[in-house]
Write a protein that binds this ligand. Sequence first.
Ligand SMILES: [Zn+2]
Ligand SMILES: [Zn+2]
Length: 261
Amino acid sequence: MSEGNEKKERDNAKGINGIWTLLKEYGAEVVELLFPGEACLICGRVVAAGCLCKSCADKRDNFGWGRPCDCCGVFIRPEHSLCRWCQLEPPVYIENAKAVAVYQGYLRDQLLAFKYEGQKSLAKGFGVLLTDLVKREFAHINFDYVSSVPVTEKTFAKRGYNQSLLLAQAVSGGIGVPWTDHFLRKRADVSSQTTLGREGRIANMRDAILPLDVDLTGKRILLVDDIFTTGATAYACGKALKQMGAAGVWVITVAAGVDFS
Ligand SMILES: [Zn+2]
Ligand SMILES: [Zn+2]
């Protein structure tokens, strides 16, 4: 082999070794860079496949954003087990709530686009994340129904869809439990929550969700929604479902607020 060819071989080998070293060290990140597919739903980085980048997937189990409150799933400091509100009064109408991640940054933008800008197709990726969450957090529960949070007829007419129902349908497919939106109704005169503070939201939602004439005696319900902030909506739904006889109500959302007090 000529000197020139040997050098070329050596360089090639170095190049291949270099790629292997990179792959070994940064594996998934390199694949994500070389074969970009879609955006990670939490941070927006391009990913080769799936809905999460490697970094967010690694954080998922230990909740790199803190840890979820044992009761309501709001993200809290790692040394705490309950948020300040559950310490005062644990939720009475739901058994437990958990969220995929904190409501902030890219994920927050995606959720706003999903809810207000007609980006219905995001339900698919959120559904994957939520399905994963149910399998991790509530694997021991045999749910009878996956239910959604109702919207008023006015909201439905304006938006053209109920984002909570799209998520419930996606989760239903993921865990093989039937979905329904025939359990609850939202009172037409409930005003928007967006400008209200914590106390205002709770008061606003207190009797905002009405039970429909369905017997849910002994049934375990998985309630799916986009965001859990004060829990006012989830508690109002839980209350109505319990009035209908439900044995338990568990809640999952794509995002939750924080209590880093
Ligand atoms: Zn990410
Ligand atoms: Zn809590």
